[in-house]
Design a protein around this ligand. Structure first.
Ligand SMILES: Nc1nc2c(c(=O)[nH]1)N[C@H]1C(S)=C(S)[C@@H](COP(=O)(O)OP(=O)(O)OC[C@H]3O[C@@H](n4cnc5c(=O)[nH]c(N)nc54)[C@H](O)[C@@H]3O)O[C@H]1N2
Ligand SMILES: Nc1nc2c(c(=O)[nH]1)N[C@H]1C(S)=C(S)[C@@H](COP(=O)(O)OP(=O)(O)OC[C@H]3O[C@@H](n4cnc5c(=O)[nH]c(N)nc54)[C@H](O)[C@@H]3O)O[C@H]1N2
Ligand SMILES: [Mo]
Length: 762
């Protein structure tokens, strides 16, 4: 019998140090911080070799985020967090069989994601037998045999679930979904389900494409940029350069966020120091400090002012849209006191910004998780669509929608078929290319997959990257659900909690990362990725792989397909000899990928077709863009309760924790903190560092997380904030956005109580 594995989230209990939140992003501190990380993890040779190739035409795509590269790149496309992401992958530390001999899974489950990630790159395939407490080394051949035997022993292909995290290349993701669908299921949940799913749903039904409609060049022609629910200083640092350039050309920037994030106040590009330019640029003209969840009300206010102040594109509205009148009626019937109360923003400020909206001839709206991870994630994005459609801000230079994607290839993965709910036209085309028939029934998304595991309906859970237990909601429930799965397989680069909190049997398949050389029979290979603005381009690593046992993701998928599929017309292993073979098959199977091999090899890659952007065409049921009408969400919470959002610190990449500091917010040394308004602290008579327990409330159920330290922060009264992934045990599995089923990681109703725990800070 296996000994029990703890489902508690381990703590990094270090001394909390507090300073003032920063007013300026990047600058010299960013260079110093990334240099420290890089040299410590990679040493000087690998630092120079890797950082010189990041985001260069012949180099690799930065594993940090999906923000596009400018066409005229500087030799060193600097970004602090990109440099950290590279250093993290290219680290010299290693996790081999000896490590697993030393640490049982019970030991590992007691370690935090910060500690686990720090141990280094996984070097060999490992197997955790039923009843066993330690992983043991296994050969690639035996590992793949075990998986294919297990897959073929399932009564029904729908008992297998295949997760994807968004770093996987287009080639690997395409092969993966082709294999999974040939095997017989659409169970393809991915990190997108927890991320921009609401954007895809919100845009798809209104403008006919589930992606953004701007290019990087549009920023230079914009007059107004709205940055809503996003913290680019930390999560998309290279976006600040685009904002600065837009600002210098006269654009106005509006920051809509419950927090005054440093990146949007002032920005200093580190490269400017080389030109002896020491000035920083003030970025946002207005900060609208909405309450959490108050954006729908705020949008109605901005629309109200816009409708009254003019600036409407009546030609566009009359000829190219539907639903305008109904949308206007709903807005007119929403009184100002409700708008002000729900948004938490004063009327005169809404009026000032509303007038800017009506005067602007070119408006861009950017957003990220602050909008998508809400109950009304889809409809609030559609309110942003309403606001921009009034002035015709789509398919026009300097204007459009910009959902800023997360993982560096999450958008590409969806384009090439990582989706549990594929359209018939996508499947028709795939069937023609693959020459097999594919299942039509839609599969599980992330939340449905967890429920299926809990209901004993999942025999095999295969993860292409990611850290499922830490990234998903309701940590304890999900841990229990995972423990019911017969076999969990994880293709990974680094160790994380999902390798310890796992299924009855488990396998770790170590793969090459973005930064590493991928050599196959025909020589060095490159892969391709799609950025946040629909540009597809090459990515080629240059570092020596962390171990000779690593395999590429395409190799792993093809080898498994070859072993698992009985009759398949596809020569799976032939395509691995040269990835051109994969790309030829992609040309046969995917709309927009015609002649893929030659187009992707062009300098700077190529743009995928985007009808709203390219021709102002809307691929909706009636060929028009849709205004939509929504009631405001109910934001009332019971007396004594707070609304919590979970967010990222400056020292993490999702569940990968690089360090315990959040430099811009002035919080250092400890991540188990709760940001709260100082008036709310006074009400409770709490001092800074008061130790508290948090209880979340949903549909009569409660979830408790103990031992948090309170800190005063500039956040609206009634709102609180804690870090992801530590706070995930408070996110109820059933609390999801309407239509997109995205967990509401930014809307968690909580009560707070003083902690009885005697634990002292170390
Ligand atoms: N360095 C680094 N880069 C990353 C990541 C990382 O972890 N580290 N993660 C990547 C991924 S996968 C993603 S999806 C992106 C995430 O990028 P972001 O979406 O910027 O990340 P979050 O920290 O979730 O921050 C959300 C922001 O929304 C605000 N917010 C929360 N609730 C509301 C609300 O109701 N209304 C409004 N208007 N604002 C709200 C928060 O205050 C915060 O500023 O970044 C990507 N890039
Ligand atoms: N409460 C709360 N929960 C959230 C969020 C939130 O804001 N709040 N954000 C959500 C969002 S936006 C997202 S995108 C998800 C993220 O969810 P995931 O994508 O599942 O999580 P990551 O932390 O990005 O995954 C990190 C792991 O990926 C592996 N990895 C890294 N690079 C590679 C590679 O090149 N190949 C392979 N095969 N593996 C690799 C490493 O083993 C590493 O440990 O989390 C979601 N969860
Ligand atoms: Mo994300």
């Amino acid at each position: 019998m296996r000994k029990p594995v703890s489902h508690n989230v381990p703590l990094d209990n270090n001394r909390l140090r507090l300073g003032k939140p920063k007013k300026k992003a990047a600058g010299i501190p960013a260079v110093i911080s990334s240099a420290k990380h890089s040299l410590k993890k990679m040493g000087i040779t690998r630092t120079v070799k890797s950082l010189a190739m990041v985001n260069q035409k012949s180099g690799f795509d930065c594993p940090g985020c999906a923000w596009p590269d400018p066409e005229h790149r500087t030799h060193f496309e600097f970004c602090e967090n990109g440099a950290k992401a590279v250093a993290d992958e290219a680290t010299k530390a290693r996790v081999g069989p000896d490590f697993f001999k030393k640490f049982s899974i019970q030991d590992l489950a007691g370690k935090s994601d910060f500690w686990l990630n720090n141990q280094g790159r996984i070097t060999e395939p490992m197997f955790l037998d039923k009843d066993s407490n330690h992983y043991l080394p296994i050969s690639w051949d035996d590992a793949l045999d075990k998986i294919s035997d297990k897959l073929n022993s399932l009564e029904n292909p729908n008992q297998a679930v295949f997760y994807t995290s968004g770093r996987t290349s287009n080639e690997a993701a395409f092969l993966y979904q082709a294999f999974i669908r040939s095997f017989g299921t659409n169970n393809l949940p991915d990190c997108s389900n927890m991320c921009h799913e609401s954007s895809g749903k919100g845009l798809g039904s209104t403008i006919g494409i589930g992606k953004g409609t701007v290019t990087l060049e549009d920023f230079n022609h914009s007059e107004l940029i709205l940055v809503i629910g996003q913290n680019p200083g930390t999560n998309h640092p290279r976006m600040l350069t685009a904002l600065r350039d837009a600002k210098r050309k006269g654009s106005k920037i509006i920051h809509i966020n419950p927090l005054p994030e440093a990146g949007l106040e002032r920005f200093k590009h580190p490269q400017d120091y080389m030109n002896l330019d020491f000035k920083s640029t003030k970025l946002s003209d207005f900060h609208l400090q909405v309450k959490i969840g108050g954006d729908a009300a705020l949008m109605k206010g901005l629309i109200k002012v816009h409708l009254e102040s003019g600036g409407m594109d009546l030609d566009f509205i009359n000829n190219s849209t539907t639903g305008f009148q109904s949308m206007c009626d709903e807005v007119k019937n929403t009184p100002w006191d409700v708008i002000v109360q729900d948004s938490g923003v004063k009327r005169d400020l809404i009026e000032k910004v509303g007038e800017l909206c009506s005067r602007s001839k070119a408006t861009i709206a950017c957003w990220a998780m602050g909008l998508t991870q809400h109950r009304n994630g889809v409809s609030v994005i559609q309110e942003v669509v309403n606001l921009l459609l009034i002035g015709g801000h789509v398919g026009r230079k300097g204007a459009g929608f910009c959902p800023v994607r997360g993982h560096s290839n999450v958008q590409g993965d969806r384009t090439v078929g990582i989706w549990e709910a594929p359209s018939d036209s996508f499947l028709d085309r795939m069937e023609m290319g693959l020459k097999v028939s594919l299942p039509r029934k839609h599969g599980y998304d992330v939340v449905k997959a967890i429920k299926a595991m809990d209901g004993n309906k999942v025999g095999v859970f295969f993860c292409m990257g990611g850290n499922f237990i830490s990234a998903t909601p309701d940590t304890r429930f999900t841990a229990n659900a995972l423990s019911k799965v017969d076999m969990v397989v994880q293709v990974s680069t680094k160790l994380n909690r999902s390798h310890a909190v796992t299924g009855k049997e488990a396998l770790i398949l170590p793969c090459l990362g973005r930064t590493e050389l991928d050599v196959q029979k025909s020589g060095e290979q490159f892969v391709s990725v799609e950025n946040s603005m629909g540009i597809v381009h090459m990515s080629k690593g240059n570092l020596k792989p962390a171990s000779k046992y690593l395999r590429s993701e395409p190799w792993i998928v093809s080898s498994l397909a070859e072993k698992t599929l009985d009759k398949s017309p596809i020569s799976w292993m032939k395509m691995i000899e040269s990835y051109d073979g994969i790309r030829d098959l992609m040309s046969d199977c995917l709309a927009g990928f015609e002649d893929y091999n030659s187009r992707v090899k062009q300098d700077n890659g190529f743009y995928l077709p985007n009808p709203p952007r390219d021709e102002r065409k809307f691929d909706t049921n009636d060929g028009k863009a849709h205004f939509t009408t929504h009631k405001l969400p109910n934001l009332e919470v019971d007396e004594g309760r707070y609304v919590m959002m979970t967010l990222r610190s400056h020292d993490q990449y999702n569940t990968t924790i690089y360090g315990l500091d959040d430099r811009y917010r002035g919080i250092k040394g400890n991540r188990r903190i709760l940001m709260i308004n100082s008036i709310d602290m006074l009400d409770r008579n709490w001092k800074t560092r008061q130790r508290i327990d948090i209880t979340s409330h949903f549909e009569g159920q409660t979830r408790v997380s103990q031992n948090w330290l309170v800190i005063p922060y500039d956040i609206p009264s009634g709102n609180i904030a804690a870090y992801f992934p530590e706070a995930n045990e408070l996110v109820p599995l059933n609390s999801t956005a309407e239509l997109s089923n995205t967990p509401t990681s930014k809307w968690i109703i909580c009560s707070l109580s003083e902690s009885n725990s005697s634990d002292e800070e170390e």
